[in-house]
Design a protein around this ligand. Structure first.
Ligand SMILES: Nc1ncnc2c1ncn2[C@@H]1O[C@H](COP(=O)(O)OP(=O)(O)O)[C@@H](O)[C@H]1O
Ligand SMILES: [Mg+2]
Length: 493
């Protein structure tokens, strides 16, 4: 907090009269500002729509001055203040929309850069300033707790728990404690304290079993209304047939990535290929393999929900992913989100720009996995060397891999894979994708159930033969995809 006070002081010295602090941790913002006011010998006043204007820092609560509940009255009083008072305005942002008078007042206060004039600090969880005042405003971000601070927060909570429980000691081991501290990164002081308390309170212990719940709660705290979602359902690579090249590539990078440091941190991969080829499955398996949280960016949601604020929300989502790092960030079917011409007014172009900038500049260990079914509309900028570490092409499985996929899906449904002639199944399912193989197993299961018999080789073969795979129906598309991939991508299989 000392550093925050110091840095805020620098902002004041820069003569800025309008400050914006976006934070969910209002108490801490107020605490920091109080610290600054004390240090500088400034008067401090707070405004909110429920309390109006009132002086902070006095033990006796002043009565509410109901006239100043009105933002306009409050701002007029502030403007007329001849002293360099610090005014904190909590949640003024909803009033600024479509209110030229308030915006103008704010601008007049901000323009008066003479020393000795008041300063307004806007505090909201999020706030988009009207353009009129944007260039007068300085933004300030409260620092998040360091790992040392997080460690002492956890220790504090452990001590407090002991005191409440007849001095029983909180059970944990060093490794788990370190992991908890790492996973609290990105949260504010208040949030990490609450989470640490939750972890300890249920059983007086900090154990590995606390981690998934902790990650989930953390994600909910940071959540961004659905643009980014936390996928609970990661997969194991044991459940993915084929893709030997991709698996090897990932295996070679696992150590470096989990280390989380260095200039050559793996950045991510683009998986291109036929529908049902296991791209989404592979994305989940990467998170599963590396034991990391899997975050999925939903483009449809990005464009729909926050119409007009798309890029800002993308930036927020990417920031959130960095806060959740180390993690896997999954962008499924990016052609739907990034193809040019889909969203008018060049929004998709700007979204692409935002994404590319982030990809080039990010420092945190966020491994990006993007998938695409259709390449003709993918922006070429995205494919340029250096954006992704590698572009993998997922083709239809060959006979060996098809046999493997049959085995995986038979086993998954508690069928004895050894009782089937897998090479024969592989032979009759030429041209099938992984998804179609799974589908054949499922239909065979239903058919057998209906006839009240066990799933047999014959039932399965019959099911396969009655299906026309997509690769036959869409042979031309597949040929075009292969031609494109040739020379541009590396085979995943
Ligand atoms: N290589 C594979 N190994 C095992 N199962 C597969 C494979 N490819 C596809 N499947 C099955 O098909 C389902 C759908 O595949 P999916 O990953 O959604 O394909 P894509 O994203 O490429 O369209 C998967 O959840 C999985 O059950
Ligand atoms: Mg998919």
């Amino acid at each position: 907090m000392k550093n925050d006070i110091h840095d805020l002081g620098l902002v004041l010295d820069s003569k800025s009269k309008l400050l914006l602090i976006e934070s969910w941790d209002e108490p801490r913002v107020l605490e920091t500002l109080t610290g600054l006011a004390v240090k500088r010998g400034l008067a401090l006043q707070m405004w909110s729509v429920t309390e109006g204007l009132r002086r902070l820092g006095f033990a006796v609560e002043a009565p509410v001055d109901s006239e100043t509940l009105e933002p306009e009255t409050a701002l007029r009083l502030i403007k007329a203040d001849p002293l360099p008072t610090l005014y904190v305005m909590c949640d003024l942002h909803p009033f600024l929309d479509d209110n030229p008078k308030l915006v103008r007042l704010l601008k007049e206060i901000a323009m008066n850069e003479l020393p000795g004039k008041p300063t307004v600090v806007l505090v909201s969880h999020a706030c988009k300033l009207p353009v009129e005042v944007q260039r007068y405003a300085s933004r300030f971000q409260l620092s998040l707790p360091s790992e040392n601070e997080l460690m002492s927060i956890v220790r504090d909570e452990a001590t407090a728990w002991s005191a409440r429980n007849r001095n029983a000691r909180v059970r944990t081991d060093n490794r788990t404690l370190q992991q908890v501290v790492k996973n609290l990164r990105g949260l504010s002081h208040a949030e990490s304290r609450t989470l640490a308390r939750n972890v300890i309170c249920n059983d007086g212990a900090i154990t590995q079993e606390d981690l998934p719940e902790l990650n989930k709660t953390k994600f909910q705290l940071l959540d961004l209304d659905g643009v980014l979602s936390f996928e609970y359902d990661t997969a194991r690579f044991a459940e993915v047939g084929g893709l030997a090249n991709l698996k090897r590539w990932l295996g070679e990078r696992q150590g470096i990535f989990l280390e989380g440091k260095g200039v050559d941190l793996p950045k991510g991969v683009l998986l291109v290929g036929v529908q049902g080829g296991g791209k989404s499955l592979a994305a989940k398996a990467i998170a599963g393999l590396w034991g990391l949280p899997l975050l999925r960016l939903d483009f449809a949601c990005l464009y729909n929900k926050f119409f007009g604020e798309t890029e800002r929300n993308l930036r927020e989502a990417l920031k959130l992913a960095e806060q959740m790092s180390p993690c896997v960030l999954w962008m499924d079917e990016i052609e739907k989100g990034l193809a040019s011409g889909d969203h008018d007014d060049g929004v998709s172009q700007r979204v692409l720009g935002t994404l590319l900038t982030w990809m080039a500049e990010r420092k945190s260990p966020v491994f990006m996995v993007a998938t695409a079914n259709v390449i003709s509309r993918l922006p070429p900028e995205l494919m340029r060397k250096g954006r992704f570490d590698e572009l993998f092409f997922i083709d239809l499985p060959d006979a060996t891999v098809r046999a493997e996929i049959f085995r995986i899906h038979l086993l998954r449904r508690d069928l004895d894979a050894g009782a089937f002639d897998l090479p024969q199944l592989a032979a009759v399912s030429d041209g099938f994708s992984g998804a179609e193989i799974e589908q054949a197993v499922v239909s065979a299961l239903y058919a057998a159930q209906a006839q009240q018999v066990a799933v047999s080789q014959a039932v399965l073969v019959q099911n396969i033969q009655s299906t026309a795979p997509l690769s036959v129906v869409m042979a031309e598309d597949l040929a075009a995809l292969r031609a494109w991939a040739n020379g541009r991508t590396v085979s995943a299989g």
